[in-house]
Design a binder for this molecule. Sequence first.
Ligand SMILES: Cc1ncc(COP(=O)(O)O)c(C=O)c1O
Length: 413
Amino acid sequence: MSTLSVFIETPTVPLSPKTTLLAAYTTDKNFNKVYLGAKEYLTEDGRCYMFPFIWKIKLRMADDPTLTSRYLPISGFPEFTRSATELALGQDSPAIIENRAGAIQTVGRSGAVRLGAELLRQWYNVNMAWCGPVYLSSPCEDSLANTFRAAGITDVRHYHYWDPEKQNLAVEKLLEDLEKAPELAVIVLSASAHCPTGTDPSQDQWKLIAQVMMKRRLFPFFLLPAQGLCSGDPAQDSWPLRHFVSLGQELFCAQSFSHNFGLYGERTGCLLFVLKESTTLLAVQSQAENMVRTLWSHPPGIGARVVTTVLNNPAHLAEWQEGLKRIVEQGMLVRERLREKLRVLGTPGCWDHLTQQAGMYCYTGLTGKQVDFLAKKKHVYLPADGCLNISALNSRNLDYVAESIHQAVTCNL
Ligand SMILES: Cc1ncc(COP(=O)(O)O)c(C=O)c1O
């Protein structure tokens, strides 16, 4: 028998840029170091954000002998998928009333995107042996393209989203790209709190997007990564979905409860379907369940039970909505402070885009060289695209970060 491993030829995957960034920060011994690349909402003292009443719900659940750790159904906790669907579409959504909307509980939003991709690959317009194109925004988060490719969708393309000169949405180019996309292409759209630009279309712009997509028969695959944490109002943050539904459009939506409930480790998400008929919905849901058997078999229970408890208890619902508003107001305050500090320092350029954006992601417009300078000379770490997590800025580090950005922009690089 050979003494060599049968995996001897396996190459090691290089560390991801985010892992490399975090490792550089962790090993940096400088007292002033700041990490702005965190994936979670953070508190003023830099810890992962936790709604106090959710902590209490979890403690009560841990003490409840009626809650056994039996498997949840493959499609998820039914009260959770119902509540999640109503949260996204509104309780009076025509799609819900007509039994054309449903959901499958997933392992976070990441699991929802993967499950949606698998369904598209196997069942989207099945006569065509479909493997794309899927269009993603440019820029978008790193993992999306690979998730679609991993499901066998080889044709992944990009549509314009960001205008670096105007530091705003490139709406004309976006619409042009949609006009040019082949019929039946799948378009991945962020409903609110776009990652990484923090910039979303206005309602009028969404109406234009929907018009073109209907005309070109393009299929919307929405992302709803942090409902309520963009405007502070969950209904407003899912308005684009509700608008598409009001036009009779079919859609998928990958929903996450990581940010807006502080349930990161609990892996709580949903893949939502709105289809033309309830019979088609049942068929697609059965296929999704079949796929879940080969992916994670049964979804995790705790997060789904917490979300269901909150959404179905008026007192908790009010606490949650208040909490969302507080986080959004705090984020806006930090954006204003950063912009004001840069103005007082006389930092060249217009920094109004900082306060025009919303949600956790702040697309600063800093160049790769400036980002590099910040890490190497100032011990301030953010991803190469200059997108920082706004909740990582606090009263202890904001002045230092602003002064460091000022130096990065004004020194001769
Ligand atoms: C852009 C974006 N959306 C959503 C999420 C949440 O994903 P999940 O629900 O898989 O935790 C994250 C987490 O990092 C994210 O960066």
